[in-house]
Design a protein around this ligand. Sequence first.
Ligand SMILES: [Zn+2]
Ligand SMILES: [Zn+2]
Length: 87
Amino acid sequence: MEVYRCMNHPERAAAAQCTRCGKPVCDECHNPETGRCRYRCGEMPPAPGMPGRSRNIWVTVIVSILAILGGLTLLLLAICGTILFSY
Ligand SMILES: [Zn+2]
Ligand SMILES: [Zn+2]
């Protein structure tokens, strides 16, 4: 029967297995909150989902709309100024 060793500590027996890369890890290298190895997969965000991405898209859309509105307002002010000054 094969005894798994921690991928970071070959002298230690593995206590768990990373749920992402599947590597055996010891207690110190295993993150029980994510079920992943701390040093390889623990640093990565927990599965990039739709909410974060769509929120970024909405922020971009809102900023774009505000920029366009601001530009239109400046254009209107410029047109009004031109009309007022032409009299
Ligand atoms: Zn891992
Ligand atoms: Zn280890």
